[in-house]
Design a protein around this ligand. Structure first.
Ligand code: NAD
Length: 338
């Protein structure tokens, strides 16, 4: 019988996506959630955290055995980094360099050398991350950037769909997101304002929760976003699919209902070998939520990173350059020394 070796996963950030990831891990017997960190504390258990206790908390301080810390990520990784195979970053990214600065701190202050994936959205954020690629490779880490829904799931699907064409002329992503309460996904909704006309990053950073609430009320809770500065463009360019100016991203975000206001699609248009123009469209099921489409692929990319490390590979990869790994419980995972 093939034995399954669980991948030991930590989640940085315990907001909407971090807690969603904890709930997903509870249903995956190939994954053991061993650590979480938020802005006030970290929790670690080598045997596995109780994902449902974590999923229910408003801060990790409420979780039995959590360690209060104002520098929770560094304290967690200093104390337990060697027992964590992979990390999912579910942190806010305002200012836009926050993830790159956090990874730089991890490199400087801890010896962590497992796999890391992020669900970064903005092109500038991924560009900042690329500046760390030599340090990441030299550390022996595998870091896969842009592993959420968009970029991530949709841009990787586009990279697969591109294979039928001799030239890709357009990639158009149009997403629908529905959340019952914006406060469950504060960073996600706040960052969406960056793409609304008339808002600058500095303004959005300075807005209070009450300001966000008031802006949402002006739009009846529905945000319509066009020509977003989204890293799908850079990640598809890195994968050699097309130049970034051929990629557009937009969508509708309903902050008053868990139902999607529109189905999420990615349409890849290209020129065929015989000179015709054609399009493939990939439509996500309306039954899937933002958590399904961000956390599921993020786990798939974590698993892919783990396999790369087992094969002695290291470095920084774009999600579009790596196929996420979907693992059934009966498939074995190689052991990785970290
Ligand atoms: P959230 O605001 O609900 O939660 C953020 C969490 O990070 C909180 O638990 C907070 O305590 C923690 N945190 C903040 N600063 C910290 C620090 N210095 N150290 C440790 N923890 C810290 O956020 P969310 O809505 O879950 O979104 C998380 C990220 O996911 C955002 O960057 C968002 O843009 C991204 N996202 C990506 C996609 C995609 O498809 N790529 C989709 C949705 C969200």
């Amino acid at each position: 019988m093939v034995m399954t070796q669980q991948m030991r996963v930590g989640v940085l950030g315990a907001g909407g996506l971090g807690r969603g990831m904890a709930q997903l891990c509870a249903q995956r017997n190939d994954i053991r959630l061993v650590a979480m960190a938020d802005s006030q504390a970290y929790a670690f258990d080598a045997q596995g955290l109780d994902p449902l206790a974590v999923a229910d908390c408003s801060t990790l301080l409420d979780v039995a055995g959590a360690v209060p810390s104002a520098d929770s990520i560094i304290d967690l990784l200093k104390a337990h980094g060697s027992q964590i195979d992979g990390l999912f970053m579910a942190l806010p990214n305002l200012p836009v360099t926050f993830y790159a600065e956090t990874v730089q701190m991890i490199l400087n202050e801890t010896g962590y050398k497992g796999v890391m994936v992020d669900a970064l959205k903005r092109t500038k954020a991924v560009e900042a991350m690329l500046g760390l690629k030599d340090q990441i490779r030299d550390r022996g880490m595998v870091y896969i950037t842009g592993c959420g829904a968009t970029p991530g799931f949709l841009s990787t699907a586009a990279a697969v769909a591109a294979q039928s064409f001799v030239e890709v002329t357009e990639v158009k992503i149009w997403f629908g997101v529905g959340v019952a309460c914006w406060e469950d996904y504060k960073a996600t909704i706040r960052e969406d304002f960056l793409h609304m006309p008339g808002f600058t990053a500095d303004q959005v950073y300075a807005m209070t929760d009450a300001d966000i609430e008031a802006e949402l009320a002006k739009h009846n809770g529905l945000l319509e976003l066009h020509h977003m500065e989204h890293a799908d463009d850079l990640l598809l360019e890195m994968a050699g699919v097309c130049s970034r100016d051929r990629v557009t991203v937009g969508g509708l975000v309903d902050t008053k209902s868990p139902n999607k206001p529109v189905s999420t699609t990615v349409t890849i248009t290209g020129r065929t070998m015989s000179g015709k123009t054609g399009s493939h469209t990939f439509t996500l099921s309306d039954a899937t939520t933002m958590v399904d489409n961000v956390c599921g692929p993020a786990l798939g990319f974590l698993r892919a990173g783990h396999l790369l490390q087992a094969d002695a590979k290291s470095g920084l990869f774009a999600s579009t350059q790596v196929m996420p790994v979907y693992t059934l419980a009966s498939v074995s995972l190689p052991a990785v020394a970290v």
